[in-house]
Design a protein around this ligand. Structure first.
Ligand code: TNX
Length: 520
């Protein structure tokens, strides 16, 4: 019996040896398909193999570092089956292991940068701040085979090319917007999206929480906003809303992934759901009819009534209290039913309200027609002249030009979902532009970053959203992170082709653009 066991064991090890011999371990780190492309990659020509002995060691006093170590273990353990553990250490290098360490002696990496040093014996990830470690972990994921993204046990080997990556972002705001007003998307959908953003080092999630078709966030002092205004959506579906607890849950989940939530309450236009819930907010009339169409520009809060400012004050107070991030988005777009004479004082007053609750104002580019307060930032989506007016007032600009960055635009005339009023945006069109080269008066130093908005008039399910989001979101992530000089379509399209398998492993229903030679 003993002899037979020995033979079995010998055969098994031979099988393992053969497997190893047949697989060609990656040895050239410069060939790794990382998105967004890192600032610098120096290959060392060998490879490191992750095994059941490669536990994760963390060195640093921040409570977040343990959490990041655990996040990495939680990504690696299901597909590898290794059961890696997270352990504390005081050492700077642990042979045979993965080490995450905080050390703030590398100023060129900034607050979000990291250095990843991979030798044949160990992996060492360092950063000044926890955010940098988190982004380094995202890079490490992408160095492993795509099947590392599967939730079920996969076959190894788990090999990485050796070398050094030093990396940090171009812009501090790398965002996406989800419109949960036109069609409602629940907490689980948004959490999945947060995980997808995190994988590509995006850090700002703008939630468009109210519009003509629905009010999506519980406001305790104005309960009819959700009781009535949250009850439908485009096309007449049942709509929905987040309770304050659910919103806080989203905020926390995002925070754990170094993503800041930016709530938007669009005003004075795009407010039919609020007007129908509280008719006293109308200039005249008392219509309580909900709207399920897709027109824009027909509604306005009564900018002359004091009750409107009581309403805005209560909403901003409750939502600001639930929002740890610095920004509060006041919308301000397409207020075609508000005269400019009414619009300007309204925007001026609402900026004061937001400031009173400790937040900085973000608003669509039309708000630059008003007098911008210090720290107010303008989101350039439509009119360059508005954004330029903002810059002239000393405001920073968030770049979201509809022609390049609107994720609800169709890829081409055959696209099933989306609009085309701004453009068709194929994957290369979405990638081939630069935020600091769009408008001569808007220079890199005026720009906080880039955001890609996904409006949801034409989509109502997670798969439909993903069809528009992916693969374009990866390109927007790269534009926000990677310096302009390192970005090129020819290089990007090869890396993206490799991410097809990775997106598939992550369960993403992406649009298989013909402009990419997807690796099968
Ligand atoms: C314009 S972008 C809008 C949205 C629509 C979108 C559809 C912006 C600030 N306003 O209300 O949903 O077009 O593409």
């Amino acid at each position: 019996m003993k002899k037979r066991n020995t033979i079995v064991a010998l055969l098994a090890s031979a099988a393992i040896l053969i497997t190893f011999a047949c697989s060609s371990a990656p040895t050239d780190l410069s060939k790794a398909n990382i998105i967004p492309k890192p600032v610098s990659v120096t290959p060392a020509g060998e490879s490191f193999t992750l095994t059941h002995r490669t536990d994760i060691y963390v060195n640093g006093e921040s409570p977040e570092i343990l959490q990041i170590g655990q996040y990495l273990a939680d990504r690696l353990n299901p597909p590898t089956g290794f059961g890696l553990e997270v352990k504390k250490t005081k050492k700077d290098l642990v042979r045979g292991k993965i080490l995450l360490a905080l050390s703030d002696n590398d100023p060129s990496l900034g607050d979000e940068g990291y250095e990843l040093v991979i030798t044949d014996k160990s992996v060492r990830l360092t950063a000044n701040k926890p955010a940098g470690l988190f982004y380094g972990v995202q890079t490490l994921r992408q160095l492993l085979p795509a099947k590392v993204e599967m939730a079920t046990l996969q076959e190894g080997p788990w090999e990485i090319a050796t070398g050094t990556i030093r990396d940090y972002p171009s812009y501090s705001y790398r965002g996406a917007m989800r419109d949960v007003a036109r069609h409602f998307f629940g907490v689980d959908d948004i959490k999945i999206f947060i995980d997808q953003m995190a994988a590509y080092k995006m850090n700002m999630l703008h939630l468009h929480l109210s519009d003509d078709q629905g009010w999506r966030i519980e406001i305790k002092s104005w309960p009819n906003l959700t009781a009535h205004g949250g009850r439908t959506e485009v096309g007449g579906g049942e709509g929905g809303f987040y309770t304050q607890e659910q919103y806080s849950d989203i905020v926390r989940y995002a925070q754990e992934r170094f993503i800041t939530v930016i709530p938007e309450i669009d005003m004075p236009g795009h407010t039919n759901a609020a007007l129908a819930s509280y008719p006293e907010l109308n200039a005249k009339g008392s219509d309580t009819t909900l709207y399920t169409g897709t027109d824009v520009g027909f509604s306005s809060l009564a900018t002359h009534k004091e009750i409107t400012y009581k309403f805005v004050g209560d909403v901003v107070r409750e939502l600001a209290a639930l929002t740890p991030g610095p920004w509060f988005h006041i919308g301000g777009d397409e207020s075609h039913s508000t005269s400019l004479e009414d619009y300007i004082p309204f925007v001026n007053r609402v900026q004061d309200t937001v400031a009173a609750y400790g937040k900085h104002v973000l608003g669509w580019d039309e708000i630059a027609l008003a007098t911008l307060k210090p720290n107010t930032a303008v989101q350039y989506w439509a009119k360059a002249e508005n954004a330029v007016k903002g810059v002239a007032q000393g405001a920073k600009v968030l770049i979201s030009p509809s022609k390049y960055a609107y994720i609800d635009m169709q890829y081409d005339s055959t696209s099933i979902y989306g609009y085309n009023w701004a453009a068709y945006i194929e994957v290369d069109d979405g990638y081939n532009w630069d935020p600091a080269s769009l408008v001569p008066e808007i220079k890199k130093e005026n720009i906080i970053g880039i955001e890609a908005p996904l409006w949801s008039e034409t989509i109502s399910t997670r798969a439909e959203a993903e069809y528009l989001l992916f693969p374009r979101l990866l390109g927007y992530a790269e534009i926000g992170w990677t310096p302009k000089e390192l970005r090129s379509w020819d290089d990007y399209k090869v890396r993206l082709a490799n991410h097809g398998l990775r997106m598939k492993a992550m369960g993403i229903s992406f649009y298989p653009s013909k402009r990419i030679e997807w690796i099968k």
